[in-house]
Every structure is written in C-alpha cells, then in structure tokens.
Design a protein around this ligand. Structure first.
Ligand code: BDR
Ligand code: CA
Length: 317
C-alpha cells in the first residue's frame, strides 16, 4: 500500500511531542518534513525542541523554522515567565536540557518555502497535520495559491465548538493567531478540526504515563518525566486525572479514523477585537443557512488513543 505523504507543523510542546511519537511508529506515513512556529514557546525554542524530539525518536526529516508571531498579533515576550506555564519554561516540561543538543541543523529555507518545495515535488497530494497556531499554514496558502490543490486535507488541533482554554471561548492555537485561523478555515481545502470538545476527553492518567517509562526505553522515560509538570497542571486546574494529549488526536485520526466521532458544520472564526477574538463560532443548529465548511471532531475514544501511545512507545524498549 502506498504511504500517505504528510507535512507536520508544530510548536513543540509536550503534546506535539506525543503526536510525533504516534507518527514515529506509523509505517503507513511518509513524513516529508516539519515546520515549526511560535506558540508554546518562541519559534527559536520550538525549532530546537522539535530537532531534539526528532533525534530522540529517530525521525530523520528536514525541519524548518517559520513564523515568530501571529499575522497581525504582537510578538509574545517569551523572555518573561509565561502567564500560564503549561509546557514548562523550555516547552519540554523543564527537562529539555537533559536531551543532547541536536546534531541536525535547521533547513536553510524558511518554513513555507520548504513546504512548497516538498509539496511541489510530491507525486501525490499531501496531508497537513498542524498542531500549533496556523500562521505557517495560512502564510503558505497566501504565498503559494498554485499549490493549494496539491493538499489532500488539513487536520488541525485547535478551536472548540464549546468553551476555550486561553479565554472563555477561545482555544490557544486559534487565539494566538485568529487571522491565520480565519484564512485556513475559510479556504477551500478540506479540513478537520480537532478542538477541545474531543481532546479534553483524552487525559492520560499517571498510571498510563508511568507505563510509558516501564515499556518505552529512553523515549518512554523522557516523555514520562517531561509530562509530569503538564499532567499536574491538568489535575490542579481542570480536575482531570492527567495530561491532555490535544495534539495527538489529528495524528491518531490519520492512523485510525475510528478514534473520533466527526460531524460537519458551518464554522467561522471571530475576528472582532474583544474577549471572543479567535473563537471558532460553530453553527450547531444550522441556523445560518451557510454551507458546512468544516468537519469537526466532537468526541474521542480515550482508551483507543492512550493504547496507541503505549503501543507506539514499545518500539523504543
Ligand atoms: C494547544 O495549545 C498548545 O498548548 C498545545 O500544544 C496544543 O496544540 C491546546 O490548546
Ligand atoms: Ca501544539
């Protein structure tokens, strides 16, 4: 069977690292490359984190750095402690320094130019898995409109039908760059949104986290320890049993679509300034009369998702 060509866009990030774990174990995917963007940390930091995680997991592809800020947003000052320290100050649970400095260098090309080169040269249409603010993907769409029909679909983690995590009705990846979210969601490219409605159903509890250490060699040990901080935060803040693996869900869906339940809706991104800027406004009652433009993961099978990680990590035992 032909492999599915995939481009990944990440802001590594603990749950981004877990998505890369799923990818590393999937033999049906041909990873063309990875772009990095600001989000969980500065773009410089997420690029280094991505190189480190790729080397840890034996993922050998080109990595290119992209946007350092949202299209119209102010640059976040990452030199100061973050308001909510979700991924640790280094983006890897404050233990990124236990991984060796990466041997591989970043691509000389910027993210969108490397994407364009790889997508143009790929004989098949490419699936994009995006687990970060959508700035690089939106910039690609605007810069290379001739290549958008070479994209099979965009699977992105972000948004929510109901609720939010950085503001009452705004999810982080959308809120960090609402204009980019608007450009991507209103594009004609087929898309599936994996938002908080589904991802928040999938915490990994501490017993499962420790099972990664017991069965996953140095990869399992690193992920178990790195996720400790993040897991405690979800326990303290959200009263959940552990680490919510948001970014794993689009990758898991690519590997096994039965992991989520999907519905289709008209969805628009709110761009007015104010508390709802970046909200993915979803017409769940189909009152607007607008066409459905987005598939949305409404729920997820937690047991299946966790088992995929525990199986994936075993190859490093
Ligand atoms: C998203 O924001 C980041 O903190 C995570 O990596 C994930 O992509 C969850 O809202
Ligand atoms: Ca992410």
């Amino acid at each position: 069977m032909a492999k599915t060509p995939v481009w990944m866009d990440v802001d590594t990030g603990l749950d981004d690292a877990m998505a890369l774990l799923l990818l590393s174990a999937c033999e049906d995917i041909e990873l063309l490359g990875i772009s990095t963007v600001f989000g969980n940390q500065s773009v410089e930091r997420t690029a280094v984190n991505t190189l480190k995680i790729c080397e840890l997991m034996g993922i050998d592809v080109s990595v290119a750095a992209g946007a350092s800020k949202g299209i119209l947003e102010e640059q976040i000052d990452y030199s100061k402690p973050l308001a909510l320290d979700v991924h640790g100050q280094d983006g890897l649970g404050n233990i990124g320094n236990t991984l060796p400095e990466p041997n591989k260098k970043l691509s000389d090309l910027c993210a969108v130019d490397l994407m364009a080169e790889k997508i143009r040269n790929c004989p098949d249409k490419v699936t994009i898995v995006a687990t970060a603010p959508l700035t690089n993907i939106a910039t690609f769409i605007l810069t290379y409109p001739d290549l958008t029909d070479r994209i099979e679909k965009i699977l992105f983690m972000g948004g929510a039908v109901f609720g939010g995590n950085i503001k009452p009705s705004v999810e982080a990846n959308m809120g960090h760059d609402p204009e980019a979210a608007y450009i991507v969601i209103s594009s004609d490219i087929p898309k599936v949104m994996f938002g908080l409605d589904a991802t928040m159903m999938c915490p990994m509890n501490d017993q499962e986290r420790f099972a990664m250490r017991d069965n996953g060699g140095k990869v399992g040990a690193f992920l178990c320890d790195a996720l400790q901080h993040y897991s405690k935060l979800y326990q303290d803040l959200a009263g959940l049993p552990g680490a919510v693996l948001h970014d794993s869900l689009p990758m898991a869906y690519l590997i096994d679509p039965s992991v989520v339940e999907i519905k289709e809706f008209p969805v628009e991104v709110e761009l007015s300034n104010g508390i709802t800027k970046g909200c993915t406004v979803t017409d769940t009652w189909y009152r607007s009369g607008k066409e459905n433009n987005l598939k949305v993961a409404m729920s997820a099978d937690r047991e299946k998702l966790i088992k995929m990680h525990l199986d994936a990590v075993k190859r490093y035992a």
